[in-house]
Design a protein. Sequence first.
Length: 386
Amino acid sequence: MADQHHVRGQAGGTAPVPLSVLDLAVVGSGATASQALRTSVELAQLAERRGFHRYWVAEHHSMPGIASSSPAVILSHLAAHTERIRLGSGGVMLPNHAPLVIAEQFGTLEALAPGRIDLGLGRAPGTDGATAAALRRTDRLREGADDFPDQLAELTGFLDDDFPEGHPYHRIHAVPGPVQARVAGGVQSTDRPQIWLLGSSGFSARLAGLLGLPFSFAHHFSAANTVPALELYRESFRPSGVIEEPYASIGVSALAAREEREARREVLAGALSMLRLRTGRPGLVPTPDEAAAYPWSPREREFVDGWLANIVHGTPEAVREGLDALVARTGADELLITANAHGARARVDSYELIADAYGLPGGEPGASGGLDASSAGIRSAGMGRA
């Protein structure tokens, strides 16, 4: 098991809890997936420089505006461009994959970046039912979700290489992994990927508590369930070899800009993207100008108003106050901040401004003024603010 310091971060500056990043590798209108993934590198390096605790990538499928269908591949790339920050999945949707494959992928990541890898696991498909069926080669999706505890136990067995005698997988080993320390001349790292459970309801909250695992709740799209789920997690918690006390992070959408109007324009574009996704019209994230000109119907406006109510946005001071209030209300131990906006510059600026608002280390004069020419042409390719 990983040491507890791999779970618990330290709050920096005046932040009430450790701050981390949840990245969806957003693809904006007029941009390519290559540009979005270069932005992910930029953001991971920024997060490391400014003292964010971890950087997670979320698994989504069949969504043109999100380039994070393969977290393990992206994390391998990020590991090569960072040195200290923890990297992980937020999360891998375990029912979409064979547990042995995930153990091998994240064992490889651990070998590439020892002591830095988190394996956040969810049981939702991260997509629509038809795509989930294509991923899993079965249309029995409910069975996959209901089998999640067994899948988790199997994955843990491969990561720890501790299937008992008589188990069908006793002689099967995830490599890289602990088996390499038991063969002649073998030396193996004492670390292994740190498992987290993710969820947007009470199921994973309770399971994480019973297993004594850290838990991350998707407040950014299930805000009404946040407090009940965290309460259930804490009530169900049993100390384990991983952590002795509950540790819960929450994903939160937050976007800071120098002016409130600017932040509002950016998050409205993200809201339009979400509206299209929820109504079966997924696409690239529209520009702020496109969102401002969109002819909202009363029903669409109601959806968007409700969506925006759960996004902390505005000036850096307003975002800091909103995040502080959220921590006070939920008792979260860590915030995973996601910025869903059209342009690379808006997202990069937002994390810099939030870091500045909390006085995090590593700030540079003018650092939040946008990407420079070394950012692989992102600005010239049309990824800046509209």
